[in-house]
Every structure is written in structure tokens, then in C-alpha cells.
Design a protein around this ligand. Sequence first.
Ligand code: HEC
Length: 394
Amino acid sequence: MKKILTSILSLGLAASAALAADTITAVKVSDVNDAASWAKAKFSSVTLYPQTAVHMNDKKANAANADDKAKKADVAALYDGKNIALMVKWADGSKSVQGAYSSDTYSDGFAVQFAGATKGSQALPYIGMGSNGRPVVVHLQKATEKVYEPNGNKDVSTQINRQQTGVFGQELADYDAKVASLAKTDYERVFVAEGFRSLTEIKDGSVKSNASMSYANNGWSGTVVRPLKDDYVNFKGTVPVAIAVWDGDKMGRNGLKNLSSWVAVNLEGMKPDTKVVAEVTEESKGNAEKGKVALDANGCAGCHQITSKDAPSFMGPSLANVGGYSTVAYLRESILKPSAVVVPGYNRNAHSNTPWYTIEKGKRISAMTDFSFLDKKTVEDIVAYLKTLKAEVE
Ligand code: HEC
């Protein structure tokens, strides 16, 4: 990948200014792994919103991210007969790299999430790690220091006790020397998830992934290459992706990130998946002003923080950026069928008085009122208002 990155960086961020996009065209090339192919790439701007649905139990980190703005990323895609490659470029004023030994450093990183379905198209999964029956495959890449991992399990640093220099001093020195000489700088992982607490790392090699990231000119450039078809996905004309970036400077990790909504990547020259394209491009036809009135009248604010200016609520997820990373279809479904997707809510032990769901016959049932009694027009108005809930771009 190194070769590709060097040539990409020379393209620079400026070359890629474009309008914000729900759909992107993956340019057909003969080989996505050939660095020269990126000269043909067309960049589109995608907006990534602070994921505020779930607050972390970490005051310092929450304070560092209070009042956060949305970020722009420039995204391009290429494909050949077998693989798709995505490139994501985003500004980040400081390079934060994961330390190999300490767990209290936070690194910059990015992830590309693919809607996983091997048979036909279906409604897009929940943006935060998929949902029951609607899986996602997540390719994660973090910026790391050099790490030497003789067994390939990426666990050596955790086996080392830096305090015990008296006993292990020589061993540590040998180890450090070995790291310096043999290390690779890669931290790349692939996960499959079908919603809440189902995130599973794929280690059996059934997903071929090649990701890397590189820092220059106050920004990162990251690439992910993966097959169009494997055990988890079978993309024909359109590849639904979502993009997330973490900022180590702001203690970003897990849910503390900026996240895009679903983006439809259409494979040039192939018939697009009209269902997916329709879902990502659908605009709300409701009246946002009326929607705000209806939202107040229906007590939504009793459980939800609505804008980032309102007091946080433990009763339900914050909706402060929900319009940024959710599709219209998802918002409509959230109102009419709250249990269709259950947002990974508060730790039930930490907030035992306000669990976001109960479990009945093995199924998660949302604590949210079922609003399917609302007339269609009111629902559309509320959806239109929810779509306005998002942070400004920084
Ligand atoms: C009794 C408390 C309660 C009320 C009232 C309530 N909600 Fe919710 N809502 C929740 C909970 C809990 C969740 C998380 C579980 C889930 O996904 O259903 C949720 C989830 C959501 C989501 C998904 C958020 C995300 O990040 O994906 C949306 C959108 C939403 N609610 C909108 C509304 C609207 C609009 C109203 C008013 C018409 C409303 N809610 C009223 C408790 C409530």
C-alpha cells in the first residue's frame, strides 16, 4: 500500500473539493492495487457528524468533545472486477498515534463500514454497527507506533510489565531492540456486527482487507481495499458504505467519533441498486417547523436531548446529530417501530433505573413509546425536523 499512498498524497487535499454527496461513483480501473489508478479517482465531500447517540462514561473525554462540530472528508472509490478500494482524506491538526505499551494514549483512526448482505438488497442496517438481521462489516485502521508481534495476535505489548525492569530489564531491552528492527506499523482489523454487543472480530482470513493510513499536511489519508464478494457481502451495482474517523487528541475511541450517514457507492458502468440509492437520497417531504411543534406536543424531549444546547437525558439517546447520520427511512422507522432497531443504550447496570430496552422472549423491546398512532403527515413533519438536527461543519 505504501506505493499507492505516496502518489495519492501528491494529489493533495485541495484537488478534491467537491459538493457534499450521498452517492459516489467508483471509477472502473484495471487494478485497484496499482497506485497509478488513483489518478482517475473522483473525490466527493462527505460530512461526518459527532456520534452523540451514546455518551461515554468518561467526563474528561466528554468535556473534550462538548460542542463538537461536523467534519468534512473527501472520499473516492475505485473498483476492478474483484475488489473495491476507498480513499478517505480528512483534516486533523495533530498526529495521534497509539502507543504500543500504554493504554491511556488514544490514536487517530478511521473505519469504513459496509452493509453486509449476500442475497439481494435490503433496508440499510443501523448506522452504529448494524442491527438484527442487517449485518455490517467494519474495516478499522488505527495509527500506531511500531509494534513487533511474533505470534501475529497483536497481544505482545499487553504481556509486558514495564515496571519490572529489575527482573526483566535485559529482556525488555532486547524486546525494544527487536521492535525497532522488525516492527510493522499496522493495526488493521475487520469486524462483523449485527447490532448491539455483537461486534466480532473476523480473524479466520475469510475477509481479505488491506488498509493503511498516512499523515501529511495536517491531514490523514486512509485507504481500504476489500473484495466485492465474500462470505459477508455480494455487491453488484452499489456498495453502501459509512465512514467514521477518530481523533486521538480528543480521546476519541469506540463511540466517540465522527460518523457519516450511509453513502451509496455506485460501480461505474453497472446497474445501480435502486433501492439503496433511493434510501440514501430520500429527502423528507414534511414540514420541519410543524415537526418541531409535534415533537414538543408528543413529549419526545421527556426522554431525549433534542439539540446539543438542551440538558442531556438518560432516558434515551441524544438526538443532537441524528439528522446528520440517519436516513429519512431510519428516522421514520424509529418513530413507528421503536423496537425494529434498538440503539446500543446505556449500560443497564450503570443506569438501572433507565434501561433503554427490556428483553422479552429473547428479543430487545425498546423503552420508547410506540408512536404508530400518529397520522402519516405528523410523522413526516417530525422526520423533517429530526433531519435538521445536526452540528455545523467546522
Ligand atoms: C419513554 C421515553 C421515550 C420517548 C417519549 C421517546 N423516545 Fe425516542 N427513544 C427512546 C429510547 C429508550 C430509545 C433507544 C432505544 C431504541 O432505539 O428504540 C429511543 C430512540 C429514538 C431514536 C433513534 C435514535 C438514534 O440515535 O438512532 C429516534 C430517532 C427517536 N427515539 C425519536 C423519538 C421521537 C421523535 C419521539 C417523540 C415523537 C420519541 N423518540 C419519544 C425513548 C423515548
